[in-house]
Write a protein that binds this ligand. Structure first.
Ligand code: CA
Length: 137
């Protein structure tokens, strides 16, 4: 049995969290979604987590503090989702250990593409093509 690829989603907005969860589930991840930085940090210690998406605008903690705490606990690539498009924030995000980022609003396909790029093994295997054995012809 194939090992499950778990994505931790840290996002306080219910609608966006739901959307991210659906998109990543379709991309082949098992999604664990939480709504606060504290919960995200607590959940990040699980070695099964293969990818983390982190909203930088969280109600309880600064997103960059959460990022560094997760970085200390997990080697999973960190994907920032931010409503802020300022270059400074992007650069600060990279300094906090982000492997990539998306600026909201984003298209679901952008999220899928980035998640699969950061975590290639999450791509569900294509069903093997029907075997055509021409040696008997
Ligand atoms: Ca937010």
């Amino acid at each position: 049995m194939e090992q499950q690829r778990v994505c931790l989603v840290v996002e306080d907005n219910d609608d966006i969290r739901g959307l991210i969860s659906v998109v990543l589930s379709r991309a082949g991840f098992v999604v664990r979604a939480v709504g606060t930085g504290a919960e995200g940090i607590a959940a990040a210690a699980d070695p099964a987590i293969a990818l983390v998406t982190l909203d930088l605008g969280l109600p309880d903690m600064d997103g960059h503090v959460v990022a560094r705490a997760i970085r200390a606990l997990s080697t999973a690539p960190l994907l920032f989702l931010t409503a802020r498009s300022e270059e400074d924030d992007v650069l600060a995000g990279m300094a906090s250990g982000a492997a990539g980022y998306l600026t909201k609003p984003f298209h679901p396909k952008e999220l899928t593409d980035l998640a699969v790029q950061l975590c290639p093994a999450a791509v569900p295997a294509e069903p093997a093509p029907p075997r055509t054995d021409t040696s008997l012809c």
